[in-house]
Design a binder for this molecule. Structure first.
Ligand code: BGP
Length: 476
């Protein structure tokens, strides 16, 4: 297999709330992630009203990266990382989210963290908002259902851009901004929107309104970021799960196309600075009457992104059988099992070719550089008798995906900036709140109940990934 460009960024990805812990230290305020309890197989995380004594909140300590980051960055450096994707916990910088003056201690923490990365030649890749909005913005303003959130976010972004402009070059605004498009049930607090729904509300309308304000906030941030430092590379971050037609029936084809349009219109807005016609028509048909002003539409045009960052874990297949007409599409009803692919223990379909498909699809649609900022295999890891973790299942998963990534680059001409597998060190699962669902090259001794020494151990995948990076993808 031919080599990748020397500039290709190899690293790993995490999010502040899933690994830092220290939820009350350094002047940090409470975030939405701090009021979510741990779940387990089948039992969903609970979102409590504030923090309730006696409940298990896994993000409060997480893996204590806040105090151990030096040890962890040294391990990333040992693997040869040339970049490290993390996020800035908004409530470390603005504890309530609506202050004018930032919290210096919070800013200092990220100065030290980025310095530590740079010491080893590791480029920080920073997401501004990764499911960790200050909780006060939810209780006081209703999260992104409120237009005021645009200014709070943009102020936060400006402070970060100004402070870290000499240390950070690669930025993303909202993690998986499109994830909320299909979760307008009770799922919103898991997204960046911070929206909590009330009974009797038109949840879908509120979700699209909140998404619009986020898109405007993102565009404003991009524009300001480029003014502060024109060298910044500022991207969006999209959750990519290709949706295949379950058969070649034309109605399945059309429904798959409709599903893709609806899931990925966020990318159109980020890249082209405008809503695609199918969404405008959809809003009209549903009589949503969204608050989208002329100024908003202008700012969307002015703040388009430099690259598309995306996560890729799985693909879906869709069937038209349950729907009355092609526009009446509903993911929880219409997604069907794809007989050709297996799934993980958590039911996530495993489809390496889908990554190549996704890379080609993004390229055909948008002609922008791409960055795979999440990909990985959540699994239960156990120590063998020899005291080691032989996680060949994880190696197999990653190898198969990297192979497809390299084909997309070398055979299809896709422009890819880098690859940062998710959860390069074990951390709290965003979806389930478990520690047991592990992604890391580095094992962290901690269980679902919060017990453990927090000691770090290198898994087999650690040594494997080190070789992959050293050979720039040649030795898989
Ligand atoms: C993505 C999120 C991450 C991460 C990952 C794995 O959607 O951006 O924060 O958690 O999924 O999901 P989980 O933790 O539920 O296994």
């Amino acid at each position: 297999m031919s080599k990748l460009p020397d500039s290709f960024l190899w690293g790993g990805a995490v999010a502040a709330h899933q690994l830092e812990g220290a939820w009350k230290e350094g002047g940090k305020g409470v975030s939405v992630a701090d009021v979510m309890t741990g779940g387990a197989h089948g039992v969903p995380r609970e979102i409590t009203d504030g923090v309730i004594e006696g409940k298990n909140y896994p993000n409060h300590e997480a893996i204590d990266f806040y105090h151990r980051y030096k040890e962890d960055i040294a391990l990333f450096a040992e693997m040869g990382f040339t970049c490290f994707r993390t996020s800035i916990a908004w409530s470390r910088i603005f504890p309530n989210g609506d202050e004018t003056e930032p919290n210096e201690e919070g800013l200092k923490f990220y100065d030290d963290l980025f310095d530590e990365c740079l010491k080893y030649g590791i480029e920080p890749v920073v997401t501004l908002s990764h499911f960790e909005m200050p909780y006060h913005l939810v209780t006081e303003y209703g999260g992104f259902r409120n237009r005021k959130l645009i200014d709070f976010f943009v102020h936060f972004a400006r402070v970060c851009f100004e402070r870290y402009q000499d240390k950070v070059n690669y930025w993303m605004t909202f993690n998986e901004i499109n994830n909320q498009a299909n979760f307008h049930e009770d799922f919103a607090p898991f997204t960046n929107s911070g929206v909590k729904y009330k009974d009797g509300e038109d949840r879908e309308r509120i979700m699209y309104q909140a998404a619009h304000y986020e898109l405007v906030a993102s565009a404003k941030a991009v524009k300001i970021g480029k003014e502060i430092n024109s060298d910044f590379q500022i991207g969006c971050m999209i959750a990519m799960c290709p949706i295949y037609p379950s058969t070649s029936h034309p109605k399945d084809m059309l429904m798959a196309q409709k599903a893709m349009q609806k899931r990925y219109y966020f990318t159109d807005v980020h890249v082209h600075g405008e809503y695609p016609g199918h969404m405008t028509k959809y809003f009209e048909r549903k009589k949503f009457h969204l608050d989208i002003t002329k100024d908003d539409l202008e700012i969307l045009k002015e703040g388009t992104v430099d690259y598309i960052g995306f996560s890729y874990y799985m693909s879906f297949a869709i069937s038209h059988q349950q729907s009355s007409e092609e526009y009446d599409y509903n993911e929880s009803r219409d997604i069907v099992k794809n007989e050709y692919i297996k799934a993980s223990d958590w039911g996530w379909p495993i489809d390496p070719e889908g990554l190549r498909y996704a890379l080609n699809w993004f390229t055909d649609m948008y002609r922008l550089p791409l960055f795979i900022v999440e990909n990985g295999f959540g699994a239960i890891d156990e120590f063998s008798e020899d005291g080691k973790i032989h996680d060949d299942y994880r190696i197999d998963y990653l190898r198969a995906h990297i192979e497809q990534m390299m084909k997309a680059m070398n055979e299809d001409g896709v422009d890819l900036m880098g690859y940062t597998p998710w959860g390069c060190i074990d951390l709290v699962s965003a979806g389930t709140g478990e520690m047991k669902k592990r992604y890391g090259f580095i094992y962290v001794d901690k269980d679902n109940e919060g017990n453990g020494t927090l000691d770090r151990y290198r898994k087999d995948s650690f040594y494997w990934y080190k070789e992959v990076i050293a050979s720039n993808g040649e030795k898989l």
